[in-house]
Design a protein around this ligand. Structure first.
Ligand code: PLP
Length: 416
């Protein structure tokens, strides 16, 4: 009799994953409150209140709500006067917005490789890519785990380069006890629907620098001066990047649970880490005691198909999906250096650069993107302990049914 669900057996897991994002009664009440107000603008006090709550949460002196994490990065870069002719170093293994935000300012992205053990910016590769045009580095805390901020900040200081944190996935994460968003000159967070803290779409930028905060505020508000009462006076080239008050009140409510959910994900990640050690085809990321809080937006690991009968990542996902294991992905599967956004005419037009990215030295990023990188998304970590263990149970079932695995793989490949 067939055991594997893809061959007609019973799946390991039948329960749905926890709903994400999820609202409770308070969000409805708060939303109605805003609808009844006269002020629906981004200058509504509730937007400021959210900024204050988030500043307290991260320990940053200032936090400014914006319309998205992407726009947050753009506002930071523009407030720091980074643009055409400047270079910004960014890790190759990241979401496209880390790079498109640089391009939107007219600056040129320069790609550094990532570390095999963490999938995060490799400080050595960062240093190797510095040129006299380098103005900033984007420390992307991918998956919710902080980068090696000691090494990155030390190199940046030596070369007089600004450190900007792309903390889109790292709400509440900390490095040696300090929260992300406070470790560089400024940080940007995302509240897009999948994120650990969400209002559907939205973002937040943080800084400890008062002058930078004022400049970011001004750019967010069409170039207005935060200290001026004259509505049609515009001191800067700004844009409209504000958050609406409905987003702000939803986030205020969601923030009430942020620490509890952070702890829950941490606990589940620990359980998974222990349980996954038995599989020779799964490589867990390195641990580092300087990471005092990993937000686990993504539980990242590597899958080695050579240790599992040559079954590809997509085939593995197919087998596991049959067993009811969801929230699983092979992640960023195309290095950004190969995307049109850094190779087409628009790229040349916005940056004025004739740089090409074909020969860029990113071997580790390529292995992670094309071959080995995988992740479980955060909603899977909000499960009950026994449900978190369904993933390793399904892997065990596959490992114990080699013939059936190969039968499925053959069938799938014959259909391709
Ligand atoms: C690493 C990273 N940077 C930036 C962003 C952009 O955030 P948003 O989707 O809120 O624009 C995201 C998220 O989507 C992200 O994952």
């Amino acid at each position: 009799m067939n055991q594997l669900a893809v061959n007609g057996g019973s799946p390991v897991r039948t329960k749905p994953y926890p709903k994400w994002p999820a609202a409770r009664a308070n969000e409805y009440r708060r939303l109605l409150g805003i609808l009844k107000m006269d002020d629906w603008s981004t200058l509504n006090q509730e937007v400021n209140n959210l900024g204050e709550m988030f500043a307290l949460y991260t320990g940053a002196k200032y936090a400014l709500p914006v319309s998205s994490g992407t726009v947050g990065l753009e506002v930071i870069l523009r407030a720091l006067n980074i643009g055409r002719g400047d270079e910004v170093i960014v890790p190759i293994y990241t979401f496209v917005a880390s790079v498109s935000s640089i391009l939107y300012t007219g600056a040129t992205p320069v790609f550094a490789d990532v570390l095999y053990g963490t999938h995060l910016l490799d400080p050595e590769s960062f240093e190797k890519n510095i040129t006299p045009r380098t103005k900033a580095v984007l420390a992307v805390h991918i998956g919710g785990r902080p980068c090696d901020m000691d090494a990155i900040c030390e190199i940046a200081k030596r070369h007089n380069i600004l450190v900007i944190e792309d903390s889109a996935q790292a709400h509440g994460a900390s490095w040696k006890g300090k929260k992300t968003g406070t470790l560089g000159i400024a940080g940007s967070f995302s509240f897009q629907a999948s994120k650990n803290l969400s209002c559907g779409e939205g973002g937040m930028i943080t800084t400890n620098d008062e002058a930078l905060f004022r400049q970011m505020w001004s750019i967010r508000e069409y170039g207005r001066d935060s200290r001026s009462d004259i509505w049609y006076e515009h001191m800067n080239l700004g844009t409209n990047a504000g958050m609406a008050p409905w987003q702000a009140v939803v986030l205020q409510e969601q923030m009430k649970d942020v620490d509890i959910l952070f702890e829950k994900r941490t606990k589940s990640a620990k359980i998974l880490t222990e349980a996954l050690r038995e599989f020779p085809f799964i490589e867990l990321n390195d641990e580092d005691e300087r990471v005092t809080g990993n937000a686990y937006h993504l539980f990242m690991f590597k899958y080695n198909k050579d240790a599992f009968y040559g079954v590809t990542r997509e085939e593995l996902i197919g087998l596991l999906s049959g067993e009811g294991i969801g929230c699983l992905a092979s992640g960023y599967s195309q290095p950004i250096t190969e995307m049109d956004i850094v190779n087409d005419e628009t790229f040349r037009k916005v940056t004025g650069s004739d740089r090409t990215y074909q020969g860029v030295d990113i071997p580790v990023g390529k292995v992670i993107a094309y071959e080995k990188g995988m992740w479980l998304s955060q909603a899977a970590l909000l499960d009950e302990e026994s449900d978190v263990l369904a993933f390793p149970a399904a892997l065990r079932k596959l490992a114990e049914n080699k013939d059936e695995v190969l039968e499925y793989v053959k069938r799938r490949r014959d259909h391709e």
